[in-house]
Design a protein around this ligand. Structure first.
Ligand code: SF4
Length: 339
């Protein structure tokens, strides 16, 4: 379980029951607690080098109130992002949050969950009679902080009562027991981000091994949740086909054939931008992440910046491989996209 080394509270967070409960808890646990004016301006996280600042931020919890109630869009996996938390305790070298959250990607939770869910309800009403889908992991992995806030369970139950609202989130973490009893009513798709043991060991520091994630997925499936897997990022390295085939077979073996039909897969090949590369090299100077522009194809992005993706032939090879393996071991499962 994530135990922060320091916690910052926005004064306003104490106006909410979750905020008051957490304040009391951290005081009792003798974890250093400080008050701040805004969860967007946190000073007092140590760290002289970019790496130290990053690691200290990952051990820092900020408890705040979400003020922006305009939810960002979230294509292609959902209509809107549902902001429950920001950042996460993992230290994945390739994580896109390394570039979006600045030099100190501290872990942030929001205590005004009722207001956030009320806003979600407004969005659902606006789109009625269409179904509206919300993504709970667009800017974080929400599971490591769940034992503190209980916000995920609350959200799952909220969507369980929404005929026109659906929720989905993805995690690499395995502390899922508190979510098993939530009354999800089949409206939440619980997804796990998985990868080969080699990728996890090399690039996903501070996260559970593949076996633990697959075991947790088995529990979640047992609780009747619609299940999904995100295989991302997919790397090409010597032996990649054997490793990914092993991963897919282990998954198929662990999960009961009865649920194979209702499983979704999202597949994302590794890509990087030059600003991400620069930031990653500051924080992880020894990284072996494949980031040589020469071996990649440059693809223009939405806002003028571009990303380096695998060349077309490599992507085709990847597609053929994954479609074949998934068709064999998960016939009937839905591959939502491979990019
Ligand atoms: S677990 Fe997800 S959100 Fe957390 S560091 Fe890894 S990739 Fe980023």
């Amino acid at each position: 379980m994530f135990i922060p080394q320091r916690v910052f509270f926005e004064q306003k967070a104490l106006d909410y029951p979750v905020g008051r409960r957490l304040f009391k808890k951290f005081k009792l646990d003798r974890i250093p607690v400080s008050m701040i004016g805004s969860h967007n301006r946190v000073t007092g996280i140590p760290g002289k080098t970019p790496r130290e600042a990053y690691l200290e931020a990952k051990r820092t919890l900020v408890v705040g109130v979400r003020r922006t109630m305009q939810f960002s869009s979230c294509k292609p996996s959902a209509h809107y992002q549902l902001p429950l938390s920001t950042s996460c305790t993992g230290q994945c070298e390739y994580c896109y949050l390394n570039t979006t959250l600045g030099k100190k990607p501290y872990v942030r939770v929001y205590v005004n969950i009722d207001e956030i869910l009320q806003q979600a309800e407004k969005y659902i009403k606006e789109r009625a009679p269409e179904i509206t889908v919300f993504e709970g992991a667009a800017t974080s992995d929400p599971v490591p902080v769940e034992p503190y806030t209980g916000s995920l369970a609350r959200t799952v139950e909220f969507f369980g009562q929404q005929p026109l609202g659906r929720f989905r989130f993805v995690t690499k973490f395995t502390d899922v027991d508190s979510l098993l009893d939530a009354n999800h009513n089949g409206h939440t798709r619980f997804r796990f981000s998985i990868n080969t043991e080699y990728v996890i060991k090399t690039y996903e520091k501070g996260t559970p091994v593949a076996k633990a994630r697959i075991d947790a997925a088995g529990k979640v499936a047992g609780a009747g949740y619609p299940l999904g897997f995100l295989i991302a990022p997919i790397f090409i390295y010597p032996g990649w086909q054997d490793d990914y085939a092993h991963l897919i077979r282990s998954l198929a073996k662990q999960l009961k054939p009865a649920i194979h039909q209702d499983i979704t897969f999202e597949l994302i090949s590794h890509r990087f931008t030059l600003s991400a590369k620069k930031r990653i090299l500051e924080v992880f100077p020894e990284t072996t992440l494949p980031m040589a522009e020469a071996g990649r194809k440059f693809k223009y992005g939405q806002f003028g910046y571009g990303k380096y993706v695998y060349p077309k032939e490599t992507l085709e090879e990847m597609k053929t491989f994954f479609h074949r393996e998934l068709a064999e071991h998960f016939p009937g499962a839905k591959v939502e996209y491979l990019v």
